[in-house]
Design a protein around this ligand. Structure first.
Ligand code: PLP
Length: 428
């Protein structure tokens, strides 16, 4: 397998792009080697500039839930392109997508579209503060909520407990109202509330996806919501990754918990830049022009992106692939565990529906500290062997693998063979 053209583009890209990428994980820093440059994708496959074809389990980090270039999405977007790209005024499609979203999430009476998950979350946080009149927000170590200053904390447990910024350029003042708790540990949330009545809410990935997949244990989310109600604080569900993926109504539908504020991204745009935040009527009354919380966007509700979102969600609802996800996910989980056993490798697999992650560790992974016990060098070997055997994975131990509804039995066989080769390589 040759990566010559990717290597050439990488060197060329280094001149005018930072690290030749526009988002750091794409740089392959944690697995070594040069990043792959992609030429095209269709269905379950993605092809790099050297002509190597892979079964894609990255799916653009989640959005491509129907697989690439689904014909209905392609058609919807092509139609929209003929009418104009951006108007700076409202269109009927915004109302259509808003209805699809609000129907799917009972806790959302109204929604505001933005352009990314980061924007959705930063607006959702502002809304929680506007509604409660309180300043502090609790987040969980290992949860990622986009790159806004206030939530770029807890990049590692030491930094996490101290509430120090996890990125250069973030002033301490920007994170002084961010408190850190441990995932799956309600007591760590309760501690923050002791003697503090200035906490607006708790933001959570209802299924952790950015420390690898980490599953809420027992009734964690429900107990968290019940507890917050007693404190007059809001539950902010960051469903940027899980929205429309865990279930059509997100992790909230799956886990039977209704958040006060919901943030969406990824699948909602089907590969086009769309994010959204929403809540029940009384909370959304705070948002301008109804209320005093300002939030705006030149390209928000962009007609091409709205068309991509409508076509994706309409098709997704029709396909209802969640049972299929559960079946395929279950098969992959078993293949990973049995192959690891065959080669005597310590492996823990965390999976929730169509999000899955193997950790090279013996430790049961329920939070960020436990996720970090995974042997990332083994993951790097595993990653490259999967690439060489035609499976495109996220180039990081701590990124979830995603399934699309387009996956076929043949794809699963290919993934299975690749896993065998990759585990063999790890065992050497
Ligand atoms: N929230 C979660 C849970 C995410 O996984 C991400 C991105 O991976 C974001 C927020 C930020 O979304 P975006 O990258 O679209 O800004």
């Amino acid at each position: 397998m040759s990566f010559k053209k990717s290597e050439k583009l990488y060197k060329k890209g280094l001149v005018n792009l930072v690290g030749a990428v526009n988002s750091p994980v794409r740089a392959f820093s944690s697995v070594g080697g040069n990043p792959l440059f992609i030429k095209k994708a269709k269905g379950t496959k993605i092809t790099d500039v050297d002509g190597n074809k892979y079964v894609d389990l990255v799916l653009s980090y989640g959005p491509m839930i129907l697989g690439h270039r689904h014909k209905k999405v392609q058609k919807g977007v092509e139609k929209a392109l003929k009418s104009g790209y951006s108007f700076g005024a409202s269109t009927e499609n915004e109302i259509k997508l808003a209805k699809i979203v609000c129907d799917a999430f009972p806790g959302m009476d109204k929604v505001r579209f933005v352009n990314s998950g980061t924007e959705a979350v930063l607006s959702g946080i502002r809304l929680a503060r506007a509604f409660t009149g309180k300043d502090k927000i609790i987040k969980f170590a290992g949860c990622y909520h986009g790159h806004q200053d206030a939530l770029l904390v807890a990049a590692g447990s030491g930094l996490a407990t101290l509430s120090l910024p996890g990125s250069k350029g973030v002033p301490e003042g920007a994170v002084k109202n961010t408190l850190i708790a441990e995932y799956n540990n309600l007591e760590s949330v309760k501690k923050h509330f002791e003697g503090d009545d200035n906490i607006a809410g708790v933001i959570i990935e209802p299924i952790g996806g950015n420390m690898g997949v980490v599953i809420p244990q027992n009734n964690f989310l429900k107990e968290l919501k019940d507890y917050l109600e007693t404190k007059g604080a809001l539950l902010i569900a960051d469903e940027v990754m899980t929205g429309f993926r865990s279930k059509f109504g997100g992790a909230q539908e799956l886990l039977g918990v209704e958040a006060d504020i919901t943030c969406l991204g990824k699948v909602i745009g089907g590969g086009f830049p769309v994010g959204a935040y929403g809540a029940r009527e009384e909370i959304m009354q705070e948002v301008a022009p109804l209320g005093g919380m300002y939030q705006a966007g030149t390209l928000s509700g962009n007609p091409i992106a709205m068309a991509g979102g409508i076509a994706t969600l309409t098709e997704l609802k029709k396909q209802n692939p969640y049972k299929k996800f559960e079946e395929i996910g279950g098969i992959l989980e078993v293949i990973l565990l049995e192959t690891a056993k065959k080669y005597n490798i310590d492996l823990v697999v965390n999976r929730f529906g169509s999000m899955i992650n193997p950790f090279f560790t013996k430790v049961n992974v329920t939070n960020f500290d436990e996720a970090q016990t995974s042997d990332t060098e083994k993951f790097a070997v595993f990653f490259w062997e999967m690439i060489k055997n035609g499976v495109f994975l996220p180039p990081s131990q701590f990124e979830a693998w995603f399934l699309s509804s387009a996956l076929t039995e043949k794809d699963i066989q290919k993934i299975s063979k690749a896993i065998d080769m990759a585990m063999l390589a790890v065992s050497k």
